[in-house]
Design a protein around this ligand. Structure first.
Ligand code: FEO
Length: 389
């Protein structure tokens, strides 16, 4: 794929992987992006997962058209990008490997290669001339690993953004960017909002015409839209006003209560109410929705002295992804000793700036007319919380 006269796409799609990072469902696969910059000197920008090495190598050879690589720029050492690095180092024996100090520590941990006379360690602000193209290295620690840097090519005003602005889905997937980019962001980079904010501040000082991420499509128009979403996501600002209801129901009675609550909230005029079954729906999608909306209601059956396991699992995910700055309501169910709310509250209290509504609903086995008052109160409270924002 030709991005410009000098910049070529040499990445690969992976449509056979079962789970990305051994945990995320990717129904439409994922792309491992890699690029070549062809100038007086040739730079290879990252490699690909070992799963795509053969196809990638052919792509590189096709675009090189008999030339060789002078620099192998390693922006990120996670194996979905460096899985073919040892092969590239051998394939291009005269190439200098470019990375941060930590990059070289990680190369030695992952591979048995001797780079003593062929490495270039770079730091913030360093530049590398390829001829008419100049690479400007911008450190981006913890977006998503500590060794990460991004690279701004100043003649074409292109930002090679590493994992930033990445998205699940092979490149030929026809789908809305934000949906799968949001699921990717919150589940993979979400914990590191402050690091992403720091990178966005540096990027704000650059004139950027194209963003070339390591996953997903190249972004070359309406860049303000993508940057604005990244700013919201990384500052933990809710993207949408609405209520996400997540339930963990064993025999369907808590599910019925969750659905009844959703109806009440909609009847009060709340425009966006999303509801998910934590036992059956993609956990990563549920995490994404929790971050997307400004409010959430958690509904769980009691199980083994806590909340039903899918809810405990969900809250653990939210905790490690640093869920914060939102309002949450609780509904618990229990046949003899309902304690799910206590457990859910424990997780939420450990999170930053999460307001827990007082109007917790407790049902015993099934929703009964005597629960109506409490249900109405919770519905009104979550709607009012949205109106006060
Ligand atoms: Fe796409 Fe953090 O690797």
């Amino acid at each position: 794929m030709v991005i410009s006269d000098a910049i070529r796409y040499v990445g690969v799609d992976d449509k056979t992987i079962d789970l990305f990072e051994s945990q995320y469902m990717v129904e439409n696969g994922v792309s491992y992006n890699s690029y070549l910059i062809l100038d007086e000197k040739v730079a290879l920008m990252d490699t690909v997962d070992a799963r795509g090495m053969e196809e990638w190598s052919k792509n590189v050879d096709r675009e090189l058209d008999g030339r060789t690589v002078d620099y192998i720029v390693v922006q990120h050492m996670e194996p979905d990008h460096s899985g073919s690095l040892a092969y590239a180092i051998k394939k291009f024996p005269n190439a200098t490997v470019v990375g941060t100090a930590k990059t070289f520590v990680f190369i030695n941990q992952f591979f048995d290669v001797d780079l003593s006379d062929r490495k270039l360690e770079v730091k913030e602000g360093d530049t590398l001339s390829l001829g008419s193209h100049t690479l400007n290295f911008v450190m981006a620690p913890m977006v998503h690993w500590p060794e990460v840097m991004v690279t701004y090519e100043s003649s074409e005003k292109v930002l090679f953004s590493a994992d930033g602005f990445g998205k699940f889905g092979a490149l030929d997937t026809d789908e809305e960017w934000a949906c799968e980019a949001r699921r990717y962001y919150f589940n993979i980079v979400g914990k590191y909002g402050a690091s992403v904010q720091a990178l966005l501040k540096k990027a704000a000082g650059l004139e950027i015409k194209k963003i070339l991420p390591l996953h997903g499509p190249i972004l070359d128009e309406n860049l303000g839209y993508y940057i604005d979403l990244y700013d919201k996501w990384s500052s933990y600002t809710p993207e949408k006003k609405g209520v996400f209801i997540a339930y963990a129901s064993i025999h369907g009675n808590t599910k019925k209560a969750a659905e009844a609550l959703a109806d009440k909230i909609r009847a009060l005029g709340e425009e966006h109410v999303a509801i998910s079954d934590l036992s059956r729906e993609d956990m990563a999608e549920c995490v994404e929705d929790a971050f997307k909306y400004d409010r959430m209601i958690l509904c769980a059956a009691t199980y083994d002295g806590g909340a039903f396991v899918p809810m405990e699992d969900f809250l653990h995910h939210l905790q490690i992804k640093t869920y914060q700055s939102r309002t949450v309501g609780l509904l618990e169910n229990g046949t003899w000793a309902p304690v799910a709310a206590k457990s859910m509250r424990g997780y939420l209290e450990s999170m930053k700036n999460v307001t827990i509504l007082d109007e917790t609903v407790t049902i015993k086995s099934t929703l009964k007319p005597e629960n109506e008052e409490a249900m109405d109160a919770l519905a009104k409270a979550i709607v009012a919380a949205g109106e006060s924002k």
